[in-house]
Design a protein around this ligand. Structure first.
Ligand code: HEC
Length: 441
């Protein structure tokens, strides 16, 4: 069906909206008569990121999808399923507790600082304490301004491997040059670190940024996931910001996975250390929008999920200097149905370990290394936004040999982490929630 194939990624599989509003409208923003709707679908609405479908759909198909959009008006949105307390899976039974159901605004990332407390970032620009599984109502103050628009905002957080001694908290922020309310202001990914003293953000330092003259206004694909590996390197992803070619350009910071030391200095064994680029932090290139990074508990391999266009989400083993191919080689197509590339493979491009067509909207990943889940040992859990699910993947070397959908349909899965108690914590968006998952014994 045309709607599911071309429109659902943004307007929602069940018309619930997501990246764009639901097309079941109380009030049309760009015209309610049939002609206006059909022209919006044909030509798109560039200013708001609605793609045009003139190239992808025939006149007859444009007519059909317009009729379809008109036909769904007035239908009741299906009430969102509330998450069950008990979920049967192939290997165990899960107990699900909703810890925080109110008060979080678009939570993006969670990190446990000790047995009792965790920090949660909020995309509009917040950092919050969770204490004993409850949201502390008092927000943390003194944070830098953030550019909260579409994919941009305050994204991932990470803790220094020696956090207990030095208290460093890392934030991947979308840093605006001018007024953060101005949608046209240039903004770029910046990695900063600072300390949280009670409810105050202090001691801020910049770990990675691009020069101001390279800032530009685009609210698409900021990444950003961070990961400290066991040797203390900090990996972070920067999205292509909607300019796919930049992902192949080693003189550009976008569309890459970077690797630095905790203080931002560059490891001498980085693959492009001797390259004339100013971004010697580049570790791999050819990514679109990596939003999941994790290290395998046994092999030490770094794995990443990349959020593809329509179709073409990828899981990659991240090896030094690799070209992950975007946009030369992809299994996906553009949202408007046109081809990104005729090729899924390309000389010099490392093929993904797994790809998903249609896209599930891959986001966080976490390897299982928890005594509570012995039957899942070393499996990879993967959260998805559009498909609102957590999957379990069994890896053998570079291959995904098994895949199970643990649950689906309870909200967009933005982050998953194992806590100090061995439980799995997941941050959901739409509705914004923190849940805790343990096995029934
Ligand atoms: C890449 C994301 C994306 C895709 C894919 C997409 N849209 Fe949109 N669309 C948007 C955005 C963003 C808007 C702006 C308003 C909003 O946020 O809903 C929009 C607006 C619209 C509007 C105008 C709504 C109004 O209130 O006037 C129509 C009609 C529409 N889309 C139809 C479609 C149809 C039909 C498809 C599939 C053939 C589609 N869209 C695919 C992002 C998308």
């Amino acid at each position: 069906m045309i709607y599911q194939q071309f429109c659902a990624t943004c307007h929602g599989v069940n018309f619930e909206g997501g990246k764009a509003q639901s097309l079941i409208k109380e009030k049309w923003l760009f015209g309610s008569v049939r002609k206006a709707i059909s022209e919006n679908i044909e030509h798109g609405i560039a200013a708001v990121g609605m793609p045009g479908f003139a190239a992808a759909l025939s006149d007859e198909e444009l007519g059909r999808v317009t009729d379809y959009v008109l036909s769904i008006q007035g239908t009741e949105l299906e009430a969102r399923k509330s998450i069950p307390k008990r979920i049967e899976t192939e290997l165990n039974t899960l107990r699900v507790e909703i810890l925080v159901a109110d008060g979080l605004q678009v939570p993006w990332s969670i990190e446990f600082v000790d047995e009792r407390r965790a920090l949660v970032s909020e995309r509009p620009g917040g950092l919050r304490w969770i204490v004993d599984g409850k949201l502390d109502p008092r927000p943390i103050e003194g944070l830098p301004k953030t550019w909260y628009f579409r994919d941009a905002g305050m994204l991932d957080i990470a803790l220094h491997p020696d956090y207990e001694e030095n208290g460093w908290v890392y934030i991947a922020n979308s840093d605006p040059i001018g007024d953060e309310k101005d949608r046209q202001t240039p903004a770029m990914l910046q990695i900063i670190r600072g300390r949280v003293n009670g409810y105050q953000w202090i001691d801020q330092e910049t770990i990675f940024s691009v020069p101001e003259e390279e800032y530009f206004a685009s609210s698409m694909h900021f990444g950003c996931r961070m990961l400290f590996d066991r040797e203390g390197h900090l990996y972070f992803s920067s999205g292509d910001k909607g300019i796919p070619e930049d992902a192949q350009d080693l003189y550009d910071a976008q569309g890459k996975i970077h690797r630095v030391y905790a203080d931002g200095s560059i490891p001498k064994d980085n693959p492009f250390f001797n390259h004339p680029t100013q971004y010697k932090s580049i570790f791999t290139y050819g990514s679109r929008n990596v939003q999941g990074l994790a290290q395998h508990p046994e092999t030490g391999g770094i794995w990443a999920t990349d959020h593809g266009p329509m179709g073409g989400d990828e899981l990659n083993w991240v090896r030094p200097g690799a070209n992950h191919g975007w946009p030369l080689a992809t299994y996906g197509i553009n949202h408007d149905g046109t081809l990104v590339s005729e090729r899924a493979e390309y000389p010099g491009v490392t093929s993904p370990a797994r790809y998903w067509v249609p896209s599930i909207a891959t986001c966080p990943i976490a390897f299982v290394d928890s005594e509570l889940f012995p039957e899942w040992k070393n499996n990879l859990l993967l959260g998805a936004l559009k498909f609102q699910e957590i999957r379990r993947l069994v890896l053998e070397g570079e291959e995904v040999v098994e895949e199970e959908i643990l649950f689906q349909g309870y909200g967009r899965v933005r982050d998953i982490k194992f806590g100090p108690d061995g439980a799995l914590y997941a941050l959901l968006n739409d509705p914004d929630q923190l849940i805790r998952i343990t096995p029934y014994k």
